[in-house]
Design a protein around this ligand. Sequence first.
Ligand SMILES: [Zn+2]
Ligand SMILES: [Zn+2]
Length: 102
Amino acid sequence: MELKYCWRCKMEVLMLNKEEHAIASKLYAKGFKVLKKDRQERFKELLDYYNDLTGFGETEPNAIMHHSLAQFGPDCEKCGKPYRTQKAKLCAACGNKRIVTE
Ligand SMILES: [Zn+2]
Ligand SMILES: [Zn+2]
């Protein structure tokens, strides 16, 4: 888990690492099988998992699903915000050209 700027939410959020996100994905899939009308009840296990982990009060299951560290690139060398994707060559926040060292 790591605090990172989310391009969709336009704020810093706690993102899940690979292992944490794998667990969240399972709980998310499980939620679809719960026959309850209320979304927060259906995805209660997922919300509980995320909120226990982060201490945050997330109420939107879909938000958790896109808060995966693996979806974003590393932090920009200039402004510190993460590149939007793993393969991004330009920082969307400051226009910095990414130095690819491979
Ligand atoms: Zn987000
Ligand atoms: Zn930048």
